[in-house]
Design a protein around this ligand. Structure first.
Ligand code: AMP
Length: 403
């Protein structure tokens, strides 16, 4: 066991994922998730894994302070108290860094203020990230805390990719531009691709498809991001679990006029009630696939359409990014759906042989937690599945910042 672990915390509005990471060995020493924070009654629950054993908790978890206490107790219960660890630091995932943060940063009061100032750009995420940081600072006084931003990797987007074609002064006044998200994942995965292939990152033109409950695509030239599908907020681009992705802005005008929705109603609709959930009634891809084969014909048809819309949108972005890059060496699938749903990978890339893109059916069907190639040997474009590991990337960034 390392004597220099990093605690990585990813706080959502009602959940908190954490990992104790050995950044040198690149492994999670312990990990867990606290769920249903702030839900009424005794609905809270948590699961902690250490040395192959799971320890669980269920009971009331009224807020994030309580969630951290549950985590601390689970470390004790598992036989490896966190107090005994010499934590190098605590690394926090923060979704939006606005145009302020281009790199991971040591958190102080000024940084907290700046994160708060850009929170309106990511209303689903930043407030929860902030709560996690504030409570962790109280629970672990004296331990350096580092913020690692989802937007940072995309600060290199060329102006032509980052700019919305609206009134330039208005855009500047309101910080309206494309920022991109999931950057920690896109950066980690594109780096892993180079490592696994044994080729210099600088030589590779890549398309990375992060397909999870949130979903995004990126074009990465020589390790530098040149395009990505999410924009000013994590709402643009691909179809997601509960988010619409791309939409004609005229739809908003229509819904705000005849539809009678106010900004809060539009926010709820597009961020929480759209995407797969809006189309088929579930945001869980496993449920969606089960519904497609289920006995209820109407639900099956709705699920099939949601699946097709999801895959079509990904495919459209691949076409766009091929043109942006001019060529592509590697297309990589990652995150919950990308890593685990062969049917999605097959449908997204079907019929692209003319572009040098082929998926080998047998390789695609293999279930594995390892990075792997799913294209046949000697095809022009290498297609891969690479598990993302944002926690490890955050842990390594934390070590770099803390020094
Ligand atoms: P993430 O946000 O990366 O955790 O991904 C969550 C999504 O991945 C959810 O929609 C899950 O249903 C989906 N997912 C996880 N495992 C599988 C699987 N074996 N097959 C299909 N989808 C999966």
């Amino acid at each position: 066991m390392t004597d220099r672990p990093v605690l990585v915390v990813n706080s959502g509005s009602s959940s908190m994922k954490y990992q104790l990471v050995d950044p040198d060995a690149g492994v999670a020493v312990a990990s867990g998730v606290v769920e249903r924070i702030g839900e009424p009654g005794a609905a809270g629950r948590a699961r902690h894994s250490f040395a192959g054993n799971d320890t669980t908790f269920s009971g009331p978890i009224p807020d994030h302070a309580a969630a951290l206490e549950v985590m601390r107790q689970l470390f004790v219960d598992s036989g490896r108290p966190l107090r005994g660890e010499r934590l190098v630091g605590i690394g926090h995932r923060v979704v939006h860094g606005g145009d302020v943060f281009a790199d991971p940063v040591l958190i102080d009061d000024a940084v907290l203020r700046q994160i708060r100032a850009v929170s309106g750009l990511a209303p689903l995420h930043n407030p929860a990230n902030l709560t996690g940081i504030e409570q962790a600072a109280r629970a672990f006084p004296g331990i350096p805390q580092v913020a690692v931003f989802d937007t940072a990797f995309f600060r290199t987007l060329p102006a032509a990719a980052a700019t919305y074609a609206i009134d330039a002064d208005l855009a500047a006044r309101h910080a309206v531009r494309r920022y991109g998200f999931h950057g920690t994942s896109h950066q980690y995965v594109s780096g892993q691709v180079a490592t696994v292939l044994g080729r210099p990152l600088a030589d590779l033109d890549q398309i990375v498809l992060h397909l999870g409950n949130g979903a995004s695509a990126s074009a990465v030239r020589g390790g530098v991001a040149v395009e990505t599908s999410m924009g000013m907020t994590p709402l643009e681009g691909l179809v997601m679990g509960t988010r619409s992705g791309d939409l004609d802005p005229g739809v908003l005008l229509h819904l705000a006029g005849p539809g009678g929705l106010d900004p809060a109603g539009l926010d709820t609709l597009l961020n929480r009630r759209s995407g797969l959930l809006g189309l088929a009634g579930t945001n869980d891809f496993r449920d969606l696939q089960a519904m497609m084969d289920g006995p209820d014909a109407d639900r099956a048809a709705a699920a099939r359409l949601a699946f097709d819309v999801f895959c079509h949108r990904v495919r459209k972005y691949i076409g766009a990014y091929l043109a942006v890059l001019g060529r592509v060496d590697v297309i990589t699938f990652t995150a919950g759906v990308g890593e685990n749903a062969p049917a999605v990978r097959a449908q997204v890339l079907a019929g692209l042989e003319g572009l040098g893109i082929v998926v080998d059916a047998d390789r695609n069907a293999v279930r594995s937690r390892d990075a792997r190639i799913i294209s046949p040997p000697d095809t022009p474009v290498t297609v891969m599945v690479v598990p993302t590991n944002e926690e490890l990337a955050i842990a390594r960034a934390t070590v770099t910042v803390v020094g």
